[in-house]
Ligand binder design. Structure first.
Ligand code: SGN
Ligand code: CA
Length: 507
């Protein structure tokens, strides 16, 4: 069922709905570029994820505005920074679903809208013709879903597979095939605490993952970085995160772990324990200490995270295969991204939140439908507030003036806009909170990053990303940096004014 193609150039009066591009917007949770081989081949191979960019593009400078789930989702739904959409942090946020959102505007443009999977915005979805979402963070094993009737229904199986089944089912039978659609396939994978699909239980168990070169960071010159609770050595829970469970071993999170794994039926639990129980017995027989313990936890973390990505990779492949089999690839934009990046041991960490590269960055791959000519890498700086205006532009819908992101459509057409943004704004709010990352805001340009940590701390950090890509040397206040600091402070203030952030460069 090949559709005639169209060229998108402004108003679309003569084009019937059936001829407009569909959008399949896959977003995962905490999936970082270091664990996606289109970006980085150091650790694992992700052939299906890499396929997304094959007939399309890979954004090499893709970032979020606030590296945390709920806030990221609110940014992408509204095309606005956190202070404008109101959802600044997970702990106290309730998304105001009465506000203007991209799905509502897509509906007005004649699109069918659906979301399946993680939502994490507390209030129920608005602007979707169909939704089936996870309560809160959701569960990997035998997960529950909230239905449009507001019932919570428990399903059997592994979450990443179930979200994909439901998504394909909706594309096949749930929608009105006479209309274009945007489908949000939003996975929990690969969020903590990395519970694998049982068929991949033993995958990667023979692999030893290389330690990042700054694994033993001492955080010198970076006060906020030295005060977190996200260190693999110090903060990762030996039961909850690394699965060294044994009756009688009680850690801060062991009860939570028992609840998660307790969702398996007794047969599946036995399969699960065929790996972890003997490993745990060996561990407690001769427990490692010091750096040996830290590195033990790192290997466990990397292996389990990689297993979760393996299922994700399969399932993204299933979606691509479905679209291909239906003859829809030429008429569908497929987006693959994550709600933020993540630390895989860089700086000794797991988790995200910081404006440092690993967590401010997020993967962004796109399969482009016929008519959008860009191919290969796109290096312009883009941010998750850009998705809403991009989708509206693709739909031929007007982009309201209060949307703060930029449409990526010119880049997808293969154009090189001369006036593309030269800097990005970032603002993280969730403190005091889990993982103890101080509040901060900052500006990132192609080469530099200036960050201000505030609230119960008042420190500035400056990085030259060219000389110091791992952000180990804070050069703020060092002789020779006066000029660049002054320029960056001016740019930061300009962005805070442009985006109308009530915090404007505290001193
Ligand atoms: C949970 C996790 C945290 C994680 C936050 C936010 N703890 O609270 O490790 O930082 O989510 O993640 S857990 O014990 O519940 O696993 S986010 O991606 O949803 O923002
Ligand atoms: Ca996340």
């Amino acid at each position: 069922m090949k559709k005639p193609l169209l060229l998108l150039c402004g108003a679309l009066p003569a084009i019937s709905m059936a001829q407009r591009y569909n959008i399949v917007y896959i977003m995962t949770d905490d999936h970082t570029a270091q664990m996606l081989s289109a970006y980085d081949k150091t650790h694992i191979s992700t052939p299906n994820l890499d396929r997304v960019a094959e007939d399309g593009v890979k954004f090499t400078r893709s970032f979020v505005a606030n590296s945390l789930s709920g806030p990221s989702r609110a940014c992408m739904l509204t095309g606005k920074h956190s202070h404008k959409n109101g959802f600044t942090n997970n702990e106290h946020g309730i998304f105001d679903g009465t506000q203007q959102t991209m799905p509502k505007l897509m509906q007005q443009a004649g699109y069918q809208t659906a979301i399946i999977g993680k939502w994490h915005l507390v209030s129920l979805p608005t602007g979707f013709d169909y939704w089936n979402i996870l309560p809160g963070q959701g569960d990997y094993y035998n997960p529950s879903f909230i239905t449009m009737q507001n019932d919570t229904v428990r399903e059997r199986g592994y979450l990443t597979n179930i979200i994909t089944d439901k998504s394909i089912e909706w594309m096949e039978h749930g929608r009105d095939k006479s209309k274009p659609f945007i489908l949000f396939i939003h996975h929990k994978a690969c969020h903590r605490d990395w519970l694998p699909e049982l068929k991949y239980l033993n995958e990667y168990e023979d692999k030893t993952f290389a330690l990042p070169e700054n694994f033993y960071d001492d955080y010198a010159g970076r006060e906020a970085a030295g005060q977190t609770e996200m260190e693999i050595g110090k903060d990762m829970d030996i039961v909850y995160d690394t699965k060294m469970w044994q009756p009688g071993v009680n850690t801060r999170l062991s009860k939570a772990y028992e609840n998660l794994v307790g969702r398996l039926n007794s047969h599946d639990r036995a399969v699960y324990e065929s790996l972890y129980a003997p490993m745990s017995r060996d561990f407690y027989r001769n427990p490692p200490t010091g750096r040996a313990l830290t590195e033990y936890k790192y290997q466990r973390y990397m292996r389990d995270y990689a297993k979760v990505v393996k299922s994700l990779d399969d399932n993204v492949g299933r979606v691509l295969d479905y679209l291909k089999a239906q003859g829809m690839l030429d008429s569908t934009l497929v987006v693959y991204t994550s709600d933020q990046g993540f630390y895989m041991g860089e700086h000794g960490w797991f988790d995200k939140r910081f404006m440092y590269e690993e967590s401010m960055a997020t993967p962004l791959l796109m399969h482009l439908p016929a008519g959008l000519k860009a191919r290969g890498d796109i290096s312009e700086m883009v941010q998750n507030i850009d998705y809403a205006p991009t989708f509206l532009d693709i739909a031929g819908a007007p982009i309201p003036a209060d949307i703060q992101g930029e449409s990526l459509l010119p880049l997808l057409r293969g154009e090189k806009p001369r006036k593309w943004r030269k800097s990005l704004y970032y603002h993280y709010y969730e403190y005091p909170a889990e993982h103890s990352v101080k509040r901060h805001y900052g500006v990132r340009t192609e080469r530099y990053k200036l960050i201000h940590f505030y609230n119960d701390i008042d420190t500035w950090e400056l990085y030259d990303l060219q000389a110091d890509p791992h952000e180990m040397h804070n050069i703020y206040g060092q002789p020779g940096t006066e000029k660049v600091t002054k320029e960056l402070r001016r740019e930061l203030l300009r962005l805070q004014k442009q985006y109308d952030d009530p915090i404007q460069q505290l001193n």
